[in-house]
Design a binder for this molecule. Sequence first.
Ligand code: GSH
Length: 206
Amino acid sequence: MLKIWGRTNSTNVKKALWAAEEVGVPYENIPAGGAHGIVADPEYRAKNPNGLVPTLEDRDLVLWESNTIVRYLAAQYGQSTLYLADAAARAKAERWMDWATSTLANPFRDVFWNVVRLAPDKQDQNAKEKGIETCSNLFGIVDAALAEQPYLSGETLGVGDIPVGCFTYAWLEMPIERPDHPHLAAWYARLKQRASYQKAVMIPLT
Ligand SMILES: N[C@@H](CCC(=O)N[C@@H](CS)C(=O)NCC(=O)O)C(=O)O
């Protein structure tokens, strides 16, 4: 059976788990990373030399990089669900995947760690405030895109919604002040109705 290695509270692991749920492929999740360890073991490093999660194993194929895993699951198992056959439509959707990693992830991490993960005496309020300001602007870009179409992938949910959808859950559920983004909120309400999103993404923030 297909294996997804990685602790379920990781945003990057959630992407892979949510995609697997959406395409309906049976899989086994093996907790790894954080308190579970494993990622420094030589056997794991042979699969993923970065010592990070997630890692996917599908028969002889071993893959790391969460967005690549989402793309693979969509192409291999999600032709009628997540995958977009039209190259232009797919590229427009996939840019949100790269944007999530290259632009959103770092300021998001500054907020998430200083609100959720770090003990109060270790929190950096300055980094948190700057992160909230940057993320507010970035989620404003998502909001504007969602004013034009119901999903970041177009008319239906696709690969382009997965990474930003995982970050959005934490962004909207963290106890912080944030601007009102009505189109983002409407999209999030649609995501929350999906059993796959509930199972893979909507777990307590830790
Ligand atoms: N670019 C990589 C980043 C992977 C990454 O940074 N994973 C984090 C969790 S979100 C990790 O493995 N941290 C170490 C750990 O959990 O032990 C991806 O998208 O898969």
